[in-house]
Design a binder for this molecule. Structure first.
Ligand code: ATP
Length: 460
């Protein structure tokens, strides 16, 4: 990990190694859209798989789910998003640029203004001379107004108000509106959770910091339904559980923290929220995940708007109640940036500089690379066969070009934890060398044992 790594370096690195590209680059790119390259797609998939494994497969009280992106518009009226999912927008008349009023004020003055009304924000901007348009220094601003972050679209061929629909701004609502379906069709009993991963869309006024804040992004959310009165305890449980998850995947504990949300910044539906934050060298402490106590807000609202009864009856005690909800909500795109920054290391080995991405093996895009020391036979064929035997369960890379040192360096940069080399001695002793990316230690083991050994090392 390097606290000094700059955003420019990370962006260039991600492009050079095929993690992330600017979207539509050949047309000049589109702001805030990114595409995941061959290594990036593997890494993001690994993050999502690790989340799913720990949230769904490793437990008996959480089931998976996948709802539509476009839902009935009433969903968003009931959830409160049509009315309150706003950011405060201000426009500079001199440059024509639009800003988030809270960011503009906070950056110029250090004041915490989350939760203030548009009128209060307008007054602060007018009165405080330190607040200037970052582009041209101008101080001619429009009044602040709320700007709804939901993307609107139309369903069907007619662009009329009755056909307005929204791209979901969070995955959670798909779970709430299906609460009854899930209850009736699976054997879940409170307390239980429903986990979902998928795209969400927010028309952010100021996207930025690469893949940290984009308008189209993925979310991983789990709604955990509990008996009212046990919610605070479960909230604590999930805060710890989620925090530990990052540590288990190798994140440096110094760069990650839990932070209590203030009353002003909490979402409209929550009584308590705790963020898990990462200390980005270019942006400081920033949210990777929020763990909220959403109470019975959503189920009650959907009950009122749809007329559906969401009362749950405990078969053992006969008690009836509307469950409370604890929600860990995370974003794999942000997480990926954090894991890359955390793992990116420049170091000197034997007088030579190397860039190495010290990712946890489970997150590494490529788990192993196989090299023949030479292209000569039978070394090359033995290596090729080993590669063919290993591939299938995860990404394995075969490389026979360039010096062995160069091949190692390429894999170090890509975060590949293990390189397996077939050399001349292999012909006689049927053994190969496994090199560890971080310790650079090499072990020599029989070729038949490589598959098992890698499995052990990766799951380790
Ligand atoms: P922020 O305050 O940074 O806008 P938020 O509190 O609105 O985030 P939540 O609504 O709690 O975010 O969403 C849960 C998670 O979804 C966030 O922790 C983040 O990882 C991810 N996420 C939210 N908005 C974006 C975005 N614009 N781009 C990428 N990821 C996002």
């Amino acid at each position: 990990m390097s606290q000094t790594v700059s955003m420019d370096k990370i962006v260039a690195f991600c492009k050079r190694r095929g993690f992330v590209y600017q979207s539509s680059e050949i047309y000049g790119g589109i702001r805030s859209s990114y595409d995941y390259g061959p290594l990036g797609v593997e890494m993001k998939r690994n993050i999502k798989d690790e989340w799913w494994r720990s949230m769904v497969y490793a437990r008996d009280d959480v089931v998976g789910f996948d709802s539509a992106i476009i839902m009935h518009p009433k969903v968003w009226e009931a959830s409160g998003h049509v009315e309150t999912f706003n950011d405060m927008l201000v426009e500079s008349r001199s440059s024509g640029r639009r800003y988030r009023a809270d960011h503009l004020i906070e950056e110029a003055t250090g004041m915490e203004v989350e939760g203030l009304s548009p009128e209060e924000l307008t007054r602060i901007i007018q009165e405080d001379e330190r607040i200037k348009d970052p582009v041209d220094g101008g101080r001619d601003f429009t009044p602040v107004r709320p700007f709804n972050l939901m993307f609107e679209t139309y369903t069907g061929p007619v662009k009329s108000p009755e056909n307005v629909a929204y791209l979901r701004p969070e995955t959670a609502q798909g779970i709430f509106v299906n609460f009854k379906n899930i209850l009736q069709t699976s054997r879940v009993k409170v307390p239980f959770g429903v986990a979902q991963q998928g795209k969400s869309f927010r028309n952010e006024i100021t996207p930025g910091n690469f893949i940290f804040r984009t308008r189209e992004f993925e979310q991983m959310e789990m709604e955990f339904f509990v008996k009212p009165g046990t919610d605070e305890e479960w909230h604590e449980y999930w805060i710890e559980e989620r925090y530990e998850w990052y540590l288990r995947l190798g994140m440096n504990p110094e760069n990650i923290r839990k932070r209590e949300q203030s009353d002003e910044e909490r979402a409209h539906y929550a009584t308590r929220g705790v963020d898990i934050e990462y200390n980005f060298p270019f942006a400081g402490w920033s949210e990777l995940e929020g763990i909220a106590n959403r109470t019975d807000y959503d189920l009650k609202k959907h009950a009122a708007y749809s007329g559906t009864n969401f009362t749950y009856t405990d078969q053992a005690t006969g008690e009836s109640f509307i469950p409370y909800v604890i929600e860990p909500a995370a974003g794999p795109d942000r997480m990926m940036l954090a894991f890359i920054v955390d793992a990116y290391t420049e170091e000197e080995v034997a007088g030579e500089k190397r860039v190495v991405l010290k990712l946890h093996p489970r997150l590494a895009p490529t788990k192993a690379a196989v090299f023949p020391l030479t292209r000569k036979e039978p070394v090359a064929t033995i290596a090729r066969r080993l590669y063919e035997d290993l591939r299938g369960d995860y990404r394995v890379f075969y490389d026979e070009s360039g010096s062995i040192g160069r091949r190692y360096r390429r894999q170090d940069e890509a975060g590949t934890p293990y390189c397996v080399t077939v050399d001349f001695d292999t012909i006689e002793d049927r053994k190969v060398t496994i090199r560890d990316r971080d310790t650079l230690q090499q072990e020599r083991i029989p070729i038949e044992g490589v598959r098992e050994r890698l499995k052990e090392l990766i799951s380790g």
